[in-house]
Design a binder for this molecule. Structure first.
Ligand code: UD1
Ligand code: UDP
Length: 382
């Protein structure tokens, strides 16, 4: 039987973390010829993930530029993908999530009349401007895609509301597959600051912040609240691996430099990040991925955003929306740092996002769809 050629396309750190285990699963299938194309919308942060997972892309568009705009990312991806898709002619293209690479990858495949599978489909806030531009990216990809791999029932229901019911599979999120390969009990960090921290006697707060809709005043509010938390609680250590975006670098260093217990460090390799998360006390973040990973590790999360497309862990009680106002962020963190019962109520492991078998289900679904397998995959039981 002729193998089916499946091309994964991704470009940023979170897409890479969530697509690498899938690209590897596809390459293990005899019926599938797996190709991988990176746009390199991120460069250093992408390469770090590729290295950890020992993944070597077949195509690299190398598009990143400093302070890139949404238009430059999208247009450079589209132009670059033309040559790649003309040459490789895959039977299916897989894109992930909601970045500009995701949208441009799906659009390009559509222009080349190649079917598209959307991994991490169906997440919605129903607010066009938040997260920006991700909410529209994922809606537009949902309109283009032929196969939709939904992590959760909520995601599948969201698609059904848009009359997308064909080619929909409930798979769990591949990030949990990734997490299961990285977290180790006796892990030693490469980043020396992390080895020196006293995880028994200090409360380590893991912070990340990078979203475009938080640029400006919201980010100022967040940084100010973080400094107040460090000042008010002398037994805390804030660890903040700062995203390489110059906008984020400027805000973080402006407000948080020079504090003895605030550690602004370079972005962490994904295995370092996951193991730090497993040891920390609390997570404060505007990241999508961290909202999925921390609950699986039993860590409470304060989300530094006004909304979330990931309501499952909020409903399970391990994630709280803290918003982007200094006072609310400070008071919610203070509550968790002073009330043992408030902390205990949030610090229990839940896994609404996956069971570590999402990649297998997605590969099975593709084989089934192309007639290479008799039965569809069993669904993720969230
Ligand atoms: C992008 C995604 C966002 C995702 C985030 C994950 C879009 C529109 N946004 O946002 O959905 O949550 O990635 O981190 O697709 N930079 C480097 N080296 C790197 C990576 C970034 O120097 O390895 C700098 C560059 O100056 C770049 C800037 O960061 O121009 C911003 O990167 P970009 O991909 O445009 O936006 P993100 O905020 O990373
Ligand atoms: N991450 C990482 N190193 C860091 C910060 C984040 O490996 O310094 C990982 C994190 O564990 C998660 C993913 O990157 O898997 C999330 O990426 P990010 O927050 O950049 O994007 P988002 O998920 O918000 O789109």
């Amino acid at each position: 039987m002729k193998p089916v050629t499946v091309m994964t396309i991704f470009g940023t750190r979170p897409e890479a973390i969530k697509m690498a285990p899938l690209a590897l699963e596809l390459s293990r299938r005899e019926n599938i010829r797996a190709l991988c194309c990176v746009t390199a919308q991120h460069r250093e942060m992408l390469d770090s993930v590729l290295e950890i997972f020992h993944l070597k892309p077949d195509y690299d568009l190398n598009i990143m530029e400093p302070r890139q705009t949404l238009s430059t990312i999208t247009s450079k991806c589209l132009l670059g993908m033309d040559g790649v898709l003309d040459e490789a002619r895959p039977d299916l293209v897989l894109v992930h999530g909601d970045t500009s690479t995701t949208f441009a990858g799906a659009l390009s495949a559509f222009y080349h009349q190649i079917p598209v599978g959307h991994v991490e489909a169906g997440l919605r806030t129903y607010d066009k401007w938040s997260p920006f531009p991700e909410e529209m990216n994922r809606k537009m990809v949902g309109a283009i895609a032929d196969l939709h791999f939904c992590p959760t029932v909520t995601n599948r229901d969201n698609l059904a509301r848009e009359n997308i019911t064909k080619g929909v599979f409930l798979t769990g999120n591949t990030v949990i597959d990734a997490l299961q390969t990285t977290v180790k009990r006796d892990y030693t960090f490469q980043e020396e600051v992390l080895n020196r921290l006293d995880y028994q006697n200090r409360r380590v707060i893991l912070v990340t912040c990078h979203r475009r809709e938080n640029y400006g005043q919201p980010m100022t509010n967040i940084m100010t609240a973080l400094r107040r938390i460090a000042d008010a609680f002398p037994d805390t250590e804030l660890v903040y691996p700062v995203h390489l975006s110059p906008v984020v670098q400027e805000a973080a260093h402006k407000y948080l430099d020079g504090h003895p217990r605030i550690h602004l460090i370079a972005p962490l390799a994904v295995d370092e990040m996951h193991n730090l998360m497993a040891r920390c006390h609390l997570v404060m973040t505007d990241s999508g991925g961290l909202q999925e990973e921390a609950p699986a590790l039993g860590k409470p999360v304060l989300v530094l955003r006004r909304e979330t497309e990931r309501p499952e862990a909020v409903q399970a009680g391990t994630v709280k929306l803290a918003g982007v106002e200094e006072e609310t962020i400070f008071s919610l963190a203070s509550e968790l740092l002073t009330s043992e019962s408030a902390y205990a109520a949030m610090a229990h492991a839940v896994n609404p996002y996956g069971d570590g078998r999402a990649c297998r289900r997605i590969a099975d679904a593709i084989e089934w769809r192309f007639g290479l397998r008799q039965t569809p995959p069993e669904e993720f039981q969230g």
